[in-house]
Design a binder for this molecule. Structure first.
Ligand SMILES: [Zn+2]
Length: 477
């Protein structure tokens, strides 16, 4: 069996993947900052990591997968001000919507999902230790990491210190104020002093909150250990987020934070960068009104995770047509035939099934072992669908279907036929159509038809109220 090879951002090349200890694989992927509905760029990242961890488990690795939730951050505080909510409410609300979206996208739960606010004390110790060994300094109630004390800073981004330009994440504090506090513009906050109306925790440096980068370093240390096998995230997290995680952890532990760094590519919308200001910001919630979760997943998996993806309606429509072919293939043996054949012997036990599984497993792993080449793996699913349609014997068709479902499952595709399910928007459209037909009947004084519609809707729990103005309202019990 060829070994798994992965592209390591740290070394900028593809390498054999060798776990630190036996076949145990410890993975950490940066999770969302819960201040808004997640967008499809976030969705790509969680789907990529869902598939990576599913595939590693399929390959018999003993996986521990951790994805955090950033539930305290300047973005959350700013959003709370906008909404006139408390920051905890913002974090709670959008943690819930994130989980709901994950569930709909069939993204498996991580083994651990630590939240920043659960690790405040370990974070305070982490910062104290960095101050003690001379890597961090206190300034005006904040604590900063002194970048010049970490000689390898820039090794992930592949730039020297003097070439790096800071890009500080949304800040409650002004740039002028920051310039006065920091010894160098590259220095980044480990701890931020809290203003009186902001959330905060007591620390040796006064009341404050952790900087964003610190939480990942601390949670990795406490949940997984000082050196993990794989650290992942979106390409945009490489700098400064992951560079800063490396600086903090490696200064403190004197050992690598992660053996392999994997980053997924960007999502663009109709060839433009997705951003709130361009108005092309698409949330998962919005996309799932029109497209099934399998369509979204298949759409992303058709492209290698490191390449950029252009998210367009044409692309989604083509994916939807392809997905229909896979779903139809799974339906190519009638339930009656399948039940009969299952009565003869278990389908996964036949020599033919075993041969199909052996053959396709070897092709599937060859694709996925090549830096998780899901595009090639997806192509194999279509080959399996072709085999189903070409096969004349029902029993052998069933073997191909079994393989198709198995390998689709490794990619997290359910192949569930959703073509007969209506989303809320469509159902509402249908209801409005029925109501307008009833209105036409009433206008013609055809009360038997209008009453029939009203009564039938009532059996579905939909109550129609005719208003005095001749219109109507409805409510669903
Ligand atoms: Zn992180």
């Amino acid at each position: 069996m060829s070994p798994l090879r992965v592209f390591n951002t740290l070394t900028a090349r593809k390498e054999d993947f060798v776990p630190q200890t036996g076949n145990a694989v410890r993975i950490y992927a940066c999770g969302p900052t819960v201040y808004d509905l997640i967008h499809i760029g976030n969705a790509r990242m969680v789907i990529v990591w869902d598939v990576i961890q599913r595939y590693l488990r399929f390959s018999s690795y003993d996986v521990t997968f951790v994805r955090n939730i950033t539930d305290i951050d300047d973005k959350i505080i700013n959003r709370a001000k906008e909404l006139n909510w408390r920051p905890e409410q913002v974090a709670r609300e959008y943690t819930y919507t994130f989980w709901k979206d994950m569930h709909r996208l069939n993204v498996a739960q991580p083994d651990f999902e630590p939240r920043a606010t659960e690790f405040i004390h370990p974070m305070i110790s982490f910062v104290s230790n960095l101050i003690d060994i001379g890597h961090a300094y206190v300034a005006g109630g904040d604590v900063y990491f002194e970048v010049s004390t970490f000689k390898e800073y820039g090794k992930l981004k592949k730039q020297k210190l003097d070439e790096l330009v800071t890009s500080t994440r949304e800040q409650v504090r002004s740039q002028e104020e920051l310039a006065e506090l920091k010894r160098s513009p590259l220095d980044f906050a480990l701890w931020k002093r809290a203003n009186p109306n902001e959330p905060g925790w007591d620390s040796p440096w006064g009341r404050g909150r952790p900087g964003w980068h610190l939480e990942c370093s601390t949670m990795i240390k406490h949940v997984l250990g000082e050196t993990i096998d794989i650290h992942g995230g979106g390409e945009d997290l490489t700098f400064p987020h992951h560079e800063n995680e490396i600086a903090q952890s490696e200064s403190l532990h004197n050992k690598p934070l992660a053996r392999y760094w994997l980053h997924n590519g960007f999502v663009q919308i109709d060839a433009e960068k997705m951003s709130k200001s361009l108005g092309n910001f698409r949330t998962v919630d919005d996309i799932l009104q029109t497209y099934s979760p399998d369509t979204v997943r298949l759409f992303f998996l058709q492209t290698h995770y490191r390449s950029p993806v252009d998210f367009s309606s044409d692309g989604l429509a083509a994916t939807m047509a392809g997905l229909q072919r896979l779903i139809r293939a799974t339906q190519a043996v009638s339930q009656h035939e399948a039940d009969y054949l299952a009565g003869q012997h278990a389908i996964d036990d036949s020599d033919f099934t075993k041969a199909v599984m052996r053959d396709f497993r070897s092709q599937f792993t060859q694709a996925m072992d090549n830096d998780f080449n899901t595009a090639a793996a997806v192509a194999l699913l279509f080959t399996l669908a072709d085999k189903v349609f070409q096969e004349t014997e029902a029993e052998q068709r069933l073997s191909y279907i079994y393989a198709l479902k198995t390998f689709s499952g490794v990619l997290g595709l359910t192949l569930e036929d959703t073509s007969h399910q209506l989303d809320n928007k469509t159902a509402e459209g249908v209801l409005n159509l029925v109501l307008s037909i009833r209105q036409t009947a009433r206008d013609k004084k055809d009360y038997s038809t209008s009453d029939l519609i009203r009564d039938q809707l009532a059996t579905l729990g939909i109550k129609i109220m005719d208003t005095t103005s001749g219109g109507h309202a409805w409510e669903h019990e």
